[in-house]
Design a protein around this ligand. Sequence first.
Ligand code: AMP
Ligand code: MG
Length: 414
Amino acid sequence: MAQLSADADGTVLTIEQAAVHAAEQVTAVAGTQTIPLAAADGRVLAQDVVAPVALPPFANAAVDGYAVRFADLAATGQSRLPLSGRVAAGADAAGVAAAGRAVRVFTGAPMPAGADTVFMQEDVALQGDAVILPAGLTRGANVRLAGEDLPRGGLALTAGQRLQPQHLALLAALGLSEVTVRRRVRVAIFSTGDELNEPGTALPPAGIYDANRNLLRALASRAGAEVVDLGILADEPESLATRLREAADCDLILTSGGVSGGEEDHVKAAVEQVGELAFWRVAIKPGRPVAMGRVAGTPFIGLPGNPVAVFVTFAFVARTVIALLSGARPARPYGLPVRLGFSYKKRAGRREYVRVSLEPGPDGIATARKHPREGAGALISLAETDGLVELADELTSIAEGTIAPFFAYEMLTG
Ligand code: AMP
Ligand code: MG
């Protein structure tokens, strides 16, 4: 294989350079829609959300116990206070004054007037009509103050947030039933290759089943896109160009295969016929050929053909582009440290992703075991592992025991 620097096919970019170029190429879709929270999981917030109510909305007990006025407690030692009144969650505390006494309260109950401290029920002894309260509690203990999590008018979420379950819960806690999000990005997906056949059909000699479209459909929809599945394209430049142009009413065209630069790799030429290529190689293995450009003004990404390379390049390149188009803040996932349970040799100047499974390590740092099948076409190796270990561009010889960043597949497919 040719050295990267001497590549005859054009510039080779690092993943970061590719991401910068991609960001320059892409503008977020403008359309927005207001939808119920129940339909908003995974959608991208179009506007900042300012809290219409405080969280919590009123001061309340954080535990089941007894509410008191701190000033009523003995300066030293335990305190004895008469017990009167009871406030449950959802009950009205108006008229239940705590001055000079302890009030029975339950988690979430509004604080009785004047009370500022709650003793946990486990710490309190009942004695007839009184409670014995231990020494040592601080003023304000076990009380959640109004607005202590988020004041009314505070910034709850910012535009560009991709809504996860916890964000939906926050919006609901603020009393909001609807949210304004960007419209979904429409992604056209093609496979290319004369050898490809639809699953469920009989396989001709020299045929294989199209794996990549199922991979990309699921990856793109998990990335928040609406998928427009445009099937399999033959290795034929004219029809490729026509079909690509027809797909340009989508927001992004995503293809796999046909970009390696071989005689039968016609995607690059087809794109140049109906648009232009901005760059088309990224220093990443598996995956190296990744084309990016425009078809009739629509962003185009040509991923490699081998399914593992498709997965990796989608995760680190296409996903960023979909996030940008969606108006989401693209967050590069943070690789968590693992210890390599293998040694490895690689070429300098490209980032390599190794398929690994994790085992618990003696010191709490997991050990990564490399899958025996390393080929870029070996889907079984993706299916049987937990994630990818990232080996930095400049590394060449990596010793067993080295700490390296690990990306769980879940982190790359959310
Ligand atoms: P290419 O980049 O088109 O030369 O393809 C590289 C390798 O990936 C070849 O072995 C192809 O048969 C294989 N390949 C391409 N597209 C797909 C696909 N959609 N599903 C499974 N394998 C594919
Ligand atoms: Mg091909």
